[in-house]
Design a protein. Sequence first.
Length: 338
Amino acid sequence: MKDRPNRREFLKNSGVAALGAAALQMNGEAATAGPLAVAVGATPQEYNKGLPTGKLGRLSVSRLFLGCNQVSGYAHARDLRYVPKLMREYQTDERVLHTWQLCEENGINTILSDPFERPVRLMKQYRQERRGKIQWISEVHPQKYQYEMTLQDLKENLKVVLSNEPHAIYIQGAICDAFVHRGLVQDLGEALEAMKSSGLPSGLGAHSIETPKACMKAGIQPDFFMKTYHPDDYWSATPREQRIEFNVDSRNATNHDNIWDIKPEETRETMSRVKCPWIAFKVLAAGAIEPERAFRFAFQGGADFLCVGMFDFYIAQNAALAKKVLTGQLERSRAWQA
């Protein structure tokens, strides 16, 4: 009698296939039984090399690029507590490397991630073993609760981040929000100047629109802003009358991990006055919004780039959708800043 499959084989043959099928159903496509349509190690039949690019400093960056919350297990799954573990089980090291390779083959030339152990280790492996050329934007992100962080924490973490040889850097959004919320805008500016001294494009992140507003008021000039931007009419979004500023990624009981831009109209209006590149993120509201609608909303709203978390089975599709949106008619009121 054949031995029963071990845990790894079971996940590969059943759980992974189920996850792929479920993802297809969520995207409005027919699900089929069996393994994923794109297996680990496979390459797509058609490439999308024509994805438009813009400039971050000297870097030429595809206007759609990959966020890596999936690598670190940040699922933003509302109250579905099992999803982060499911995502980590699916995102094996080999699958992450495969996903990055698919990005390059489909015209996506940049990824963004935290500077923690797994993304750093896999980036080194990707560069060494696969000779990957994908560009890396790294967070400056001490492993500490953001409301307990100091300027010195940021400066010490910057040294570690630079030793990993990223192509660009920025301070993670929840951290910037916490510094602004505590009235430490000048500390944020000092950290940014230390980052700029590296010669790398250096940016600031934000979930709250109050963060870029405070930075602009203080005369702080990043090379780029990372700011959340998405429609707020999906059913799981917090009702407008219950939304709280500076609540995203907080430990407050009122943070339900279900909305990342509580004032999209104000985001659009404020960012229209920003004279540096704007990278919009959380544009899918962690999977709540269809990609084509989300991409059009963000680019028409003024974003120069979109940072989007994607599983391997979405890379080719989303690259094609971004190209479709960008090469079609866009009603932008904000001039391209990159």
